[in-house]
Design a protein around this ligand. Structure first.
Ligand code: CO
Length: 413
């Protein structure tokens, strides 16, 4: 197309514009108002200094949502990151999703110990202070519960917002001690092939982790976003397994038992397994698969009339880095490649952006991410492959229906 007007530089149907638009600067006409500068008036001094900052009181609606406490238990359930209210690729620590199996234990770092035992030359015990003396590594990484997005398994689309459907994913900079260093110090039995990690919570939540993962990139995380872990994220120490389903990154880590076989514990047999079409269950399905979701616009963030908008969303994969994200504004009839913002990191959230000229007519917005394993599947393709009885690892394309009134809702295509 030789048209010089960038507004006519179409990338796909129904108003998706070429991503060059983003590089060329602002969204002229997106709705900013030019105001006359008010005459300078006297201002009273503001609030005093504080020891620990908190969000503005005008942002108090930005909260974790859907506590989904499980009936009959105390502290077992999940809260979700309100993805639709956030931008960029990091989750504020206080908005990181939670998944607890028996509440948040209060652990005194001066008392807490990590014991490394089993098929090792010598058992080791580490206090929090001991671990803080080891060399550490920092990495920005996502954490996703494998039950994330399972709301879209319902036969009819539920009237939920982005955070309530997909908010069991968050990202932080995690800092800690490589597990490989501690295992080498203990001395591994050559037959050792699994490590069973157990938390200090009342549920004694435990998972069996393949030795290759523990030796590759697992860390004992002590810091989250530059400060010590939040209590609900495992204070004073947690296991962190890049790209793996969140439950395996055991919080409030108390024991690492080196073994020649997995524990086959409750949380890896009755839960966190994938029931296939033929009734057999797959166990130890750890890596989170390629996924993306448009966070803005999305339900609750309605469009204020026809005009230019930026479509913004998140993409991630446990398999490495996101290669590409495509967006459709016509329910999948045509697709355009979105711009990936900043540096694309492996096992982290990637922000994608697309410029869109909405004509005011009803339509359906989609995004699909691509990684080394392929393209994020449609809901239909995922259900065809997995059947109707699985629950974990739902990673199908999310569709948002845009009404003529600018309201958005969850839909299936
Ligand atoms: Co799994």
């Amino acid at each position: 197309m030789a048209d010089k007007d960038p507004l006519h530089d179409r990338a796909a149907g129904n108003g998706l514009l070429h991503r060059r638009m983003l590089l060329q600067g602002g969204l002229a006409g997106a709705g900013g108002l030019v105001l006359q500068r008010a005459a300078a008036a006297g201002r009273a001094p503001g609030a005093p200094l504080s020891g620990y900052g908190a969000p503005s009181r005008f942002e108090q609606a930005v909260q974790r949502g859907d506590f989904s406490n499980q009936p009959g238990t105390l502290g077992s359930g999940a809260s979700r990151t309100p993805l639709q209210f956030l931008e960029g690729t990091l989750t504020p620590s206080g908005l990181h999703f939670e998944r607890h199996h028996s509440g948040v234990p209060e652990l005194d770092p001066a008392q807490h110990k990590l014991t490394l035992h089993g098929r090792v030359r010598r058992n080791l015990e580490f206090s929090t202070e001991d671990l803080l003396r080891y060399p550490m590594v920092s990495r920005i990484m996502f954490l996703e519960c494998s039950g994330n997005s399972a709301a879209n398994l319902s036969a009819q689309p539920k009237a939920l917002d982005c955070g309530h459907i997909h908010g069991l994913v968050s990202a932080s900079e995690w800092t800690g001690v490589p597990v490989s260093v501690l295992l080498q110090e203990a001395g591994l039995d050559p037959a050792a092939s699994w490590v069973i990690a157990e938390g200090a919570d009342a549920a004694r939540m435990n998972r069996s982790i393949p030795m290759h993962k523990m030796l590759d990139d697992a860390i004992i995380a002590l810091y989250q976003n530059g400060e010590r872990l939040r209590a609900e994220n495992g204070y004073p120490m947690r296991l962190f397994l890049p790209g793996y389903e969140g439950n395996a990154s055991v919080k409030w880590l108390r024991y690492l038992q080196v073994s020649t076989q997995p524990a086959m514990s409750r949380q890896e047999t009755s839960k966190y397994t994938d029931l296939g079409k033929d009734g057999t269950a797959e166990v130890f399905t750890f890596p989170m698969q390629v996924k993306s979701v448009i966070t803005s616009p999305s339900p609750g963030l309605h469009l204020r009339g026809p005009g230019l908008y930026e479509i913004s969303g998140l993409a991630w994969t446990g398999n490495g880095a996101v290669n590409k994200v495509e967006v459709s504004a016509d329910g999948g009839a045509s697709w355009a490649e979105a711009a990936l913002d900043g540096v694309v990191l492996p096992q982290a959230l990637t922000r994608f952006r697309m410029v869109w000229q909405w004509d005011g007519a009803p339509c359906v917005l989609l995004s699909r991410a691509v990684d080394s394993s392929g393209t994020q599947p449609s809901r239909e393709a995922l259900l065809k492959r997995m059947g109707q009885r699985f629950f974990y690892h739902y990673n199908a394309i999310q569709a948002w229906r845009v009404g003529a009134d600018g309201q958005l809702q969850n839909t299936y295509v």
